[in-house]
Design a protein around this ligand. Structure first.
Ligand code: ZN
Length: 228
């Protein structure tokens, strides 16, 4: 066999091994291999190389599976800690909101009547009792809780949160005219009102009691409530 022929065969060998060469080339290669050990070795080498290549691919695939598993469990771990973190954050936010509401919004502290002035008491034509209330300490008041006992004592209790807010115009209940509709309250509670207090049963200012004569409410004040 000539040297040139070996070179050509070696060029074709990969195609032959892959089975993609023509029938003529195949026959030519097989005939040559019968007599040429060098080219036979070349083919063996090729087979081994391909084997190694395939094995590497399989190994790599295994490695990538391992990586995938690691990444999956890592993701799972991350999801777990993400959920945990989310729950903790939600709880914290809840505590903060509760704390905020508790301190700033929950109206539970009754205002000491020492700092309350009630004046300009009057009565509207339909029996509503009108008064001007002023709380002197420069903090705002947004809640007036109505309560009544079995003796017919009606209490309007000014309530503030633990942390007070400064009063700012337009003023709310801390400074201004207000009225109490006796008829509506009596109907609602099914009891007769005998006395109306500002404050609590322990600390109170009398605004009105049955039989008390009050001047007629001025038109200006009546209009300020939206009554015509
Ligand atoms: Zn050869």
């Amino acid at each position: 066999m000539s040297k040139l022929s070996c070179e050509i065969i070696k060029d074709i060998l990969p195609l032959y091994y892959d089975g993609v060469c023509s029938e003529d080339s195949k026959r030519m290669v097989e005939e040559h291999l019968l007599d040429c050990d060098s080219c036979k070795m070349e083919l063996e080498k090729l087979k081994n190389e391909i084997h190694i290549l395939e094995r590497d691919i399989i190994e790599n695939r295994k490695d990538s599976n391992v990586l995938k598993n690691i990444s999956t469990s890592w993701k799972r771990l991350r999801l777990k800690s993400f959920i945990k973190g989310g729950i903790i954050s939600a709880l914290l936010i809840g505590v903060i909101i509760l704390g905020y509401v508790g301190l700033f919004e929950w109206e539970i502290i009754s205002v000491d009547t020492d700092i309350v002035k009630i004046r300009e008491k009057s009565e509207m034509g339909d029996g509503k009792i009108v008064y001007y209330a002023e709380i002197d300490d420069k903090y705002s008041l947004n809640t007036l809780k109505y309560d009544m006992d079995n003796e017919g004592n009606f209490y309007m209790t000014p309530l503030r949160p633990i942390i007070k807010r400064e009063a700012q115009p337009p003023y709310g209940l801390e400074k201004g005219y207000d009225y109490i509709d006796i008829k509506v309250q009596e109907e609602f509670r099914g009891k007769e009102i005998k006395k109306i207090y500002y404050g609590t049963p322990e600390d109170k200012i009398l605004i009105w009691e049955k039989g008390m004569e009050l001047p007629k409410t001025s038109e200006e004040v009546e209009k300020s409530f939206g009554f015509e």
